[in-house]
Design a protein. Sequence first.
Length: 265
Amino acid sequence: MADTQRFEGYGVLVTGAARGIGAATARRLAEEGARVLLTDADPHEVRTTATALREQGLDVEALACDVADRAMVEAAVAHAVDAFGALDVLVNSAASCTPDTPLFEDGPDEAWARDLDITLTGTYRCCRAALPHLVASGRGAVVSIGSVNGLQDFGNQAYSAAKAGLVSLTRTLAGHAAPRGVRVNLVVPGTVRTSAWEGREADLAALTPLHPLGRVGEPEDIAAAVAFLASRDAAWITGTALTVDGGLTAVHTGSNAVTRPHRGT
């Protein structure tokens, strides 16, 4: 359990919360006192995750939500507001990452469109639906999950383009929302041990020496950064992209050979 209770009385919505970074973030915020709505396109898995958190004494609910569907997004936001009385924090963790084809020109339109629709436009949909409620809360914050793929070349062109778009969206929305009392920030993870790497332990082992801090990340590392940016400890921070990558991008000299053809947080 977290030592502090920075989110006592807060209502929080986390997308992509069935597993990995989203699940770890939901747990961290709930441990710090928040009431959290976990949403995910996988209804069974998100309910399983929420049940496990409730068994730990945490105040969480689960709801199926595909961020590609505007009606589902708006219903999820409405559910959070009805259940918690307010929505104070939105965490955008849902993403899609399709492996690249060997040749760029062979990439299908459908895969490109899906990665952008879930990762970038899905975040836009969630922010659009949540913003009036975040304004009304008087302490609203948005924290989205980016990726080092949006900063440097690590393959996965569509996913990377979407994550780069989140950097821009964070800045422009931060400028719009600041006069309305809402902060908007981005966490930029490096290599994180999530289900995307299952069966690829050799790749993770090969990546470890490329990180100056001597290891790949864990979902809890990213959750801690999200909790900071969502909290009043970051009251004078908005429009920033906080890189949490163990130093990977500070010294990166060519991990592409290890990570292709698939990489993602």
